[in-house]
Design a protein around this ligand. Structure first.
Ligand code: MSP
Length: 594
């Protein structure tokens, strides 16, 4: 056994560990009474209610926001493509939910405490707080470049976060779930986690980071996770959709079945952290601290941070998006911590796969990362967002290759979508003075292509709802493919030449294809917002009109007769062209050209 806990020596009465009794509001005590009612069946039904409705002590009713979170990223190093991946997916989901008319609170942020961060700071010759400022700013800058429209950015060094962590810790302590014990084991600093020897490779190497775990011995405060074993088993049995994709549920259930061990939630050897209330010699374990960022992020900027008030601002989260490596923290530790504090469980935890390079997880510790800033500056944010959402099935691993990146975005965004718009607008300009001859609803009466578009856009909606983001993109792209086939079959360029009624039919065909383009622009906007704005503008709308669109605008019939379209201009330059353009621009700049 790699780890040993000797509780008998150090076990303390949690009330005695505190110098003064924290004050507890009446409502909270009543709630706790309900949560831990004596019979296990009523306890489990309470948990069921906590899981499904999320309204036992959080937001309820029709105004319930859709709270979506990314992990809070470690600031030991600047972001890489793996960290950007979760955030891009989260942003697409947030934008889709906004299109549905939901009030969305999209939370992201940085995880700034702990040994790993302190070591990284000292390696750069900075103080931990200076280091955190720099790296957390790098995350914000990347999110800006990637068009990530988050609502809250929480840093675990924010004062409001620290206050909420302490209040939460005190609640768990009051509930009798924290005790002190001796601990000895093998620690992976990169995971910030004690490991079981049986899970390690030769030389006690962590299988994720391929670095040896270090022996540690200290006296810590422990969270009584084992007490929640049965509650967790029942919660998952009754709410299997809590963990997504469904194939990850088995993994979590088998961890729980194999027996939950209490875990250490403080560190005596780490200074860079939030002090344990009433024991300044210890700091709170970085995971116990960071998970609470999902709640503290909800707290207003100028409010006195208060756990109960903050929770009433919308908790529980609708969806935690995470990578599969941190599933145990989110699907086991976090729900147990929340149960202990009498708070509702998040509604869903989705563990996505890894971006890999040569089959190995891309990561800061292995040093095999892909630079997202470089990709964005070379190819633009839409291309980067589109490629990773479309090409990596959400939930599974996906390997990156530049060739595949270029061929995918060229084929889908430049050809299927860009060319279709461009050639249709070109024909409209040449033959109809860029003006739509009739309403799209009228033009498409009895038209089979319209039925296809309606079927595909509904398919996209369902896939977005189910977080099958790649398949949602595929359905939207299929509209583009069908539009290309439609225009090829109808060949309006030759119909126009015939004149008369045939030419009128050709003008209607253009309206039909442009209406399909308008629908594509709304339906793909969660993934490629800039590109979709450009489509909308070419269709004669303003940016404000685009920003006001909702999913109901994917209904057929938005374009009206008499609307004047813009002059066609490529909305997505093929990547080789861009590189060539850049190269010739450089030559041009060198020769004094503008
Ligand atoms: N700080 C913790 C999370 C605390 S949440 C309360 C942490 N940070 S991390 O920066 O190491 O990782 C953040 C997220 O990035 C994780 O979900 C992780 O899975 C994800 N990724 C890191 N590398 C990745 C890939 N190569 N591919 C996909 N996602 C990856 O864990």
């Amino acid at each position: 056994m790699a780890t040993r806990i000797s509780c008998s020596v150090w076990f303390v009465n949690p009330w005695h560990a505190m110098t003064s009794k924290p004050s507890i509001s009446k409502s909270r005590l009543q709630f706790r009474h309900t949560l831990f009612s004596s019979s296990s069946s009523s306890a489990s039904s309470t948990h069921r209610a906590m899981c499904c409705t999320g309204s036992s002590n959080g937001a309820s009713g029709t105004d319930t926001p859709f709270i979506l979170t990314t992990p809070l990223y470690y600031v030991n190093a600047p972001p890489h493509m793996g960290s950007a991946y979760t955030t891009i997916a989260a942003d697409a989901i947030a934008r889709f939910q906004r299109l549905l008319g939901k009030k969305v609170i999209f939370i992201t942020g940085t995880d700034e405490h702990g040994e790993k961060i302190a070591t990284a700071a000292s390696a750069c010759g900075s103080s931990p707080s200076e280091h955190c400022d720099v790296i957390s700013q790098a995350y914000k800058a990347l999110w800006k470049d990637l068009d990530i429209a988050y609502d809250k950015f929480i840093r675990t060094t924010d004062a409001k976060h620290e206050a909420i962590v302490k209040q939460f810790y005190s609640r768990v302590l009051e509930n009798g779930d924290i005790y002190r014990a001796d601990y000895e084991g093998l620690y992976c600093v990169n995971c910030e986690e004690y490991k079981d020897e049986k899970d390690l490779l030769d030389n006690n190497c962590c299988p994720m980071h391929l670095k040896p775990c270090v022996p540690r011995k200290e006296d810590n405060y422990f969270f009584a996770l084992s007490k929640y074993q049965k509650f967790l088993e029942e919660t998952l049995e009754q709410n299997p959709e809590f963990i997504q994709p469904p194939f990850r549920l088995n993994e979590v259930q088998s961890w729980i079945r194999s027996g939950l061990k209490d875990f250490s939630i403080s560190r005596a050897s780490v200074d860079w952290g939030i002090p344990v209330p009433n024991d300044k010699k210890q700091t709170i374990y970085v995971w116990f601290d960071a998970l609470l960022g999902y709640i503290s992020a909800l707290s207003g900027e100028n409010e006195q941070p208060d756990l109960q008030n903050t929770v009433s601002l919308g908790w529980p989260a609708s969806l935690h998006l995470i990578g599969k490596d941190i599933l145990r923290f989110h699907a086991v530790y976090w729900p147990a911590m929340l149960m202990s504090a009498g708070l509702s469980l998040p509604k869903k935890v989705f563990g996505h796969g890894f971006l890999t390079k040569d089959g190995m997880k891309m990561g800061k510790s292995l040093g095999n990362t892909l630079e997202p800033n470089d990709l964005v500056h070379r190819f633009g944010s839409d291309a980067v967002r589109y490629f990773f959402v479309r090409e990596v099935e959400f939930g599974s691993d996906g390997d990156y290759s530049e060739d595949r990146f270029i061929s995918t975005v060229n084929a889908h965004l430049a050809n299927t979508i860009g060319n279709l718009l461009n050639r249709t607008l070109g024909l409209l300009r040449k033959n109809c003075k860029s003006t739509l001859v009739v309403d799209s609803a009228f033009a498409a009466e009895g038209n089979a292509f319209k039925d296809t578009v309606e079927m595909l856009v509904e398919k996209a909606r369902i896939h977005y709802e189910n977080l099958s983001l790649s398949t949602a993109c595929e359905a939207v792209l299929e509209i583009g493919n069908s539009g290309n086939s439609y225009i090829d079959e109808r060949a309006p360029w030759s119909l126009f030449k015939q004149g008369g009624a045939v030419s009128e039919a050709a003008a209607k065909d253009l309206v039909i294809v442009l209406e399909a383009m308008r629908i594509i622009a709304v339906a793909l906007s969660p993934v490629t917002p800039r590109l979709c704005l450009r489509i909308y503008e070419q269709l004669g709308y303003s940016a404000d009109q685009f920003n006001a669109t909702t999913w109901s605008d994917t209904r057929w019939g938005g374009l009206k007769g008499g609307l004047v379209m813009a002059k066609p201009k490529p909305i997505f330059a093929r990547i080789e062209n861009k590189i060539e353009e850049n190269a010739s621009a450089k030559v041009g700049a060198g020769s004094g050209a503008t």
